[in-house]
Write a protein that binds this ligand. Structure first.
Ligand code: BTN
Length: 257
């Protein structure tokens, strides 16, 4: 009953105890025409969780909320990546609605609490005969008490590690809040097919804005000041020589300096 709030747009929730990846399952649902959209896939454990840039995503049992939104929007494929920012804003709002912790956004789409990553988002498309037929938005929120291991300990966090009362972290509640907040952001996004109605709140939550960033574009890299995110989801930066340009999320990786 996660999606049964008043006015819910969600037509189908697919739950599984275990999956390779909710993103992979969501793409199979679309390609096989198995369900009704908009929908969501959610599971307890992923044994092949996927991250951005071909990386994996550690997704053990009880450690997090592993979910993917299954959408068939009437949208140009060029605009699909904007849904990543829509989802980031929705998760930030959902976390702040439920818990007294600041859930900031690292452009384009990491949710960061006290400098550590709480949530990652991976948006993918399905294509059939060269046409985009659907979009899946994968959201991984760390919720439990997990030992992330040496490599991630300094970089990752979870709701249970951040809130005052870890016992009160309830994955179903987080799931429901994310679905509700996403719907509200998504409806505003689809009105204009860009982020113009959402971008002020996005910028207010975005820790990248106002900071120095290092932009890595393939083999070359440069440093700049991040000024704002625009309604297309691009990051506006000012370079050393005073000129400005935009940086597009798909092409670059931005690290705080
Ligand atoms: C990132 O690299 O920051 C993105 C991580 C995305 C992880 C989520 S968990 C649910 C969904 N299923 C996946 O396989 N990946 C996404």
């Amino acid at each position: 009953d996660a999606a049964t709030y008043d006015g819910s747009m969600w037509k189908e929730i697919y739950y599984a105890k275990q999956l390779d990846s909710t993103n992979l399952e969501a793409k199979r649902v679309l390609l096989e025409g198995r369900g009704a959209e908009p929908g969501a896939v959610v599971c307890e454990q992923q044994f092949s969780g996927r991250g951005r840039r071909g990386r994996g995503w550690v997704s053990p049992l009880g450690a997090g909320l592993w979910m993917t939104l299954v959408l068939r929007p009437n949208l140009e494929p060029m605009k699909a990546s904007m849904l990543t920012l829509v989802a980031g804003l929705a998760v930030s709002r959902a976390v702040e609605e439920l818990y007294e912790i600041p859930a900031t956004i690292k452009w384009p789409n990491d949710i960061v609490v006290h400098g550590k990553k709480l949530c990652g988002i991976l948006t993918e498309m399905t294509t059939e005969e060269m046409r985009m037929t659907g979009i899946v938005v994968g959201i991984g929120v760390n919720t439990g008490i997990t030992d992330f291991g040496e490599e991630l300990r300094e970089k990752a966090t979870s709701l249970a590690l951040e809130v005052a009362k870890p016992d009160e972290v309830d994955r179903l509640m987080v799931f429901r809040a994310v679905l509700r907040q996403f719907q509200s952001c998504y409806e505003q996004f689809m009105q204009t097919k860009d982020l113009s109605l959402l971008i002020d709140d996005y910028n207010a939550r975005c820790i990248t804005v106002g900071h120095r960033v290092r932009v890595e574009e393939g083999a070359s890299a440069f440093e700049a000041w991040a000024q704002a995110v625009d309604a297309q989801g691009e990051l506006l930066v000012r370079l050393e020589d005073g000129t400005s340009r935009t940086v597009c999320a798909g092409e670059v990786s931005v690290r705080g300096v």
